[in-house]
Design a binder for this molecule. Structure first.
Ligand SMILES: Nc1ncnc2c1ncn2[C@@H]1O[C@H](COP(=O)(O)OP(=O)(O)OP(=O)(O)O)[C@@H](O)[C@H]1O
Length: 258
């Protein structure tokens, strides 16, 4: 492991991924850097490879060739133990929040520590320091007043904020958010995305967020990357891009659906 900056960045060069040798490449020659403190929006039509890119970064999709550095690890040569280490350092946010509904909000946040847990934590006993930190994080995402409620009683936007607090509990070096607002109304989408962008800055870590709604990407990212058929067709600072510049991402003449 080298410098702090290198452990808080992602670097992909000519990345190729396919799920089977008889299938076409799902990611085909992706070059991408995610830098500490920046929020990068990943756009692309359905089937363009956004989730596969996230999965390749967490070792759930097979990297066929190319270079992939994540949080100081070479993803192309990971041993199983290192794979667990890498995953423990990636905060993942999903469309469906993935909370345990019958457990309290506070306990859900505390489960973020289980990635690095010893046997005591696996049994469900959390330290006073962890509980304090979990409450601080719930305060940070604006939902500490719900700490003792069952997670399933919360609205979608509230649950997603709990999921973000849970991810922060890991002290992640990178956050990957795969369509985190696809189930939320527009107002809550803005709240959650602006929270993620401020976390990237405050924690000094990269946040990669896949989105389907162009105005949300333009409003809540520092950089936008557009995937089409597994290749990056647009990439630039958000302030330099508009809907016209991003049209190639959605210009459907192939087999992708909008
Ligand atoms: N486990 C898998 N095995 C084989 N093919 C897969 C697998 N997962 C995804 N694919 C294929 O890879 C391609 C890209 O899928 P992916 O889910 O990465 O797209 P996406 O851009 O995230 O789409 P969406 O916006 O609909 O979630 C699709 O053709 C899909 O069928």
């Amino acid at each position: 492991m080298s410098t702090l900056v290198e452990t808080r960045r992602v670097s992909l060069r000519d990345l190729r991924v396919r799920y089977s040798p008889t299938e076409p490449y799902v990611l085909d020659g992706v070059d991408l850097d995610l830098l500490a403190g920046e929020t990068v929006a990943l756009l692309g039509a359905s089937g363009s490879g956004k989730s596969t890119l996230m999965k390749a970064l967490t070792g759930f999709a097979p990297i066929t060739s190319g270079e992939a550095q994540m949080a100081g690890y070479d993803l192309t040569r990971l041993r199983p133990k290192q794979l667990r280490e890498v995953r423990s350092q990636i905060g993942q946010i999903f469309q469906q929040y993935n909370l345990i509904g019958r457990l309290s909000v506070l306990t859900n946040v505390l489960t973020g520590t289980l990635y690095n847990a010893g046997p005591v934590n696996v049994l469900g006993t959390f330290s006073a320091a962890d509980r304090r930190r979990a409450l601080e994080l719930l305060d940070r995402v604006g939902i500490v007043h719900k700490a003792d409620e069952q997670a399933r009683t919360l609205s979608g936007g509230q649950q997603q904020r709990v999921a973000i607090a849970r991810a922060l509990m890991q002290s992640p070096r990178v956050i990957l958010a795969d369509e985190p607002v696809a189930s939320l109304d527009p107002r809550m989408s803005h709240t959650v995305l602006s929270l993620l962008q401020s976390i990237a800055k405050d924690e000094g870590i990269p946040v990669l967020v896949s989105l389907h709604v162009l105005p949300l990407a333009l409003a809540h990212s520092d950089r936008i990357v557009g995937l089409r058929h597994g290749s990056i067709v647009v990439q630039g600072n958000t302030s330099d891009l508009d809907a016209d510049a991003l049209a190639p991402v959605y210009d459907v003449h192939g087999d992708e659906e909008m």
